[in-house]
Write a protein that binds this ligand. Sequence first.
Ligand code: FNR
Length: 380
Amino acid sequence: YEIYLNGMSGTVPRLPTDLTRLEGLAEHRLGPGPVGYVAGSAGDGSTARANRAALERRRIVPRMLRDVHERDLSVEVLGRPLPAPLALAPVGVLSIMHPDAEPAAARAAAAHGVPYVLSSASSTPIEQVAEAMGDAERWFQLYWSKDREVTRSFLDRAKAAGFTVLVVTLDTPMLAWRPRDLDQAYLPFLHGVGTANYFTDPAFLAGLAKPPQEDPNAAVLRFLGLFADPGKTWPDLAFLREHWDGPIVLKGILHPDDAREAADAGMDGVVVSNHGGRQVAGSVAAADALPGVARAVGDRLAVLFDSGVRTGDDVVKALALGARAVLLGRPYVYGLALDGQRGVDHVIRCLLAELDLTLALSGHATPSTVGTADLAADPG
Ligand code: FNR
């Protein structure tokens, strides 16, 4: 009711409450270069469109007279209580969007107790973002480097900075063909603002003949050469299991057999995700892959979901398809671009409020009662 009450004194929200409108506003404000980095996808964008279509196609069947007076959005994920089935997805180099970058997003998430998954490709060093996170749960995303020392250094730094959950992104052993980045010559971004998390890492710097300030080209080339590793296979996960005490979640899982491999390798969770359509053009929509993965490992692993979540009903649909919680990606990045920490706060508030209402109006007082029966038969 906060928004309606403010309206009594003539105050309307600073940003739209329909989060799908933020991209257009951000493009207007920032121009096509920075927004292209966020909005862009692999190939002609068909996977990103398929992500939305797969969620829109599914329809909730609301139930009546179920006493939704007292409601509670909280869930347990990886043995941790979360205030809602929501976390912020890892997104690299946020200084492209706003000078306050990752610490602003982390602060906004922490204020709601929502986990912020810090990208290893952040424009702010791990330690600085950790400070902004206060008492909030700290989740760290790893791009699994070709260089063992860099991987070990990142894991050690994250551990020392109080991060407990490790999210390992498997779908980016190399960057895909992303026309909007290529057309805007994405490299100057890396050059200008840098993924400072790498450019301040002792193991990364040890491999450079000169500091990045003196030879930025060499630093960027080293980053591109080692940030990920197309040579990795399933047995390599043992290295991560050995070097990380807390839960490990594999991000980018779409096939049930890969989810079973994850469980067999002693992992704790998976994120069903196609990286927001940014990696495999023509990939299966993430929401279409979710039920199969949930059926395969839902009783052994925490199944999380991202790629296409924009609204409260998207979250309800993801829960019904078998997810325990979702990661929110692009919308919070546009919120950051438009209004810094306040913009991210706006996005989180809107999504949580819409989720609460949609759940209640569909007949659910908690996320735990949502199941496949809440969706109409999939027209395919
Ligand atoms: C990403 N994503 C991502 N994932 C990751 O594991 N590490 C990263 O550094 C990034 N960086 C990144 C940058 C940008 C600009 C975007 C849009 C996405 C993927 C992200 O975590 C998530 O999977 C997608 O954003 C989900 O898709 P939607 O819902 O945002 O379309």
